[in-house]
Write a protein that binds this ligand. Structure first.
Ligand SMILES: *Cc1c(COP(=O)(O)O)cnc(C)c1O
Length: 360
């Protein structure tokens, strides 16, 4: 593979030099005071970056994001639960599948592909009879961003546990657990954090932690109680992905030095807007009604096959765009703005997009 490829996929994303350099080092043993300090610092900085309510804690899991989605459901829900899900694409559907897998009663609100949940959608179901609501803040398969504050207010009013998969909106769109009434937040290493895949993080509020005792847990490895009791000493129950945790630590310090999560979000927003503005003359339409800053999902207007475009960019320009699966395979492809991406890097893609459309 030509090492000079450009990458615009929503995970993995372009990683900063500081993350790459950290990944090249010999790993230390992890049951040490020094490593405990790093876990403790990561816990503190992550919570600060999303304004987690006091008493919240991070669970560090050796798993991709779906592992964390699975673990959250296994740890927090039981027979007496009735869960509402928002299905606006692949990731929303995944929540439904996991709930079905564990035989947890659930009802989905189906949102039109490319659209975001509305207040009226939520009024169409008996919210008050539910115990929890699951949402993917940004539905990565369509680029649609949901109004997680509006949904949070409804959850708060109706006393629903509010769980947000913020995996692809973290560091791209604003998250504030306190202002948005979020009880559980799910993050993953390979998106906005711009780390290798393999680490996912669940931030549990105190009220979510209090529910752990009441569930008949059907997982040995993903037992949140084990993670919480180990965290007191800055440890994880099993071998963590040491390299990614060390990279996370370096990355969180870097984000702090850049002015915090808000500055990174502003930068991602600026790059996304720049890209969307510059491609205006091309035969492409933005798919989402309310797009996230994280990525732009595009539909070809000239009957070109979206999957073919992705393959052409790889072959002609050594640029990796992101194809879609399922029924959007032929009609939608995605350009991510996550990670260590700036305007000059994005400009290289824009140039090739203009070239591509003049040539063909
Ligand atoms: C990427 C992503 C996930 C996790 O996918 P994995 O492949 O398991 O890392 C979950 N939810 C959303 C919204 C995502 O974008």
């Amino acid at each position: 593979m030509d090492p000079d490829f450009l990458i615009f996929t929503p995970g993995p994303v372009k990683m900063p030099e500081i993350v790459l350099a950290e990944g090249a080092k010999q790993l230390p043993y992890f049951r040490t005071k020094q490593f405990s300090k790093i876990i403790t610092e990561c816990n503190r900085m992550l919570k600060k970056s999303v304004n987690a309510p006091s008493g919240s804690e991070c669970i560090f899991l050796s798993a991709s994001g779906t592992g964390a989605m699975d673990a959250v459901i296994a740890n927090l829900f039981g027979k007496t639960d009735s869960v509402l899900t928002i299905n606006s694409g692949t990731f929303g559907k995944r929540f439904c599948e996991i709930l079905d897998f564990y035989s947890i009663k659930n009802e989905e609100i189906l949102v039109k592909s490319g659209s975001s949940i509305t207040y009226d959608h939520l009024c169409s179901v008996p919210v008050r009879t539910k115990t929890a609501l699951l949402i993917n803040g940004h539905e990565t398969s369509t680029g649609a961003l949901h109004d997680i504050k509006m949904v949070g207010e409804i959850c708060h009013k109706n006393k629903l546990l509010y769980i947000v998969d913020a995996i692809s909106m973290y560091l791209a769109d604003s998250i504030d657990m306190q202002k948005q009434n979020i009880d559980v937040l799910i993050l993953s290493s390979q998106k906005g954090l711009a780390l290798p895949p393999g680490l996912s993080i669940v931030i549990l509020s105190k009220s979510a932690q209090n529910l752990l005792q009441s569930v008949n847990l059907r997982s040995y490895y993903f037992d949140f109680n084990k993670y919480l009791s180990n965290l007191i000493a800055g440890q994880t129950p099993f071998t963590p992905p040491i390299s990614i945790i060390l990279q996370l630590y370096k990355r969180l310090i870097q984000i702090d030095e850049m002015g915090g999560a808000d500055e990174l979000i502003k930068n991602t927003e600026m790059v996304a807007n720049y890209f969307r503005d510059k491609i205006k003359g091309l035969p492409l339409k933005i798919y989402a009604e309310h797009p996230s800053n994280a990525l732009t999902a595009l539909t070809p207007l000239d009957n070109k096959n979206a999957k073919e475009i992705v393959l052409d960019f790889e072959r002609l320009y050594n640029i990796y765009l992101c194809p879609n699966g399922g029924n959007l395979e032929k009609t939608v492809f995605r350009v991510s703005h996550l990670g260590d991406i700036n305007i000059p890097y994005t400009e290289k893609l824009i140039e090739k997009m203009k070239l591509y459309y003049r040539m063909s």
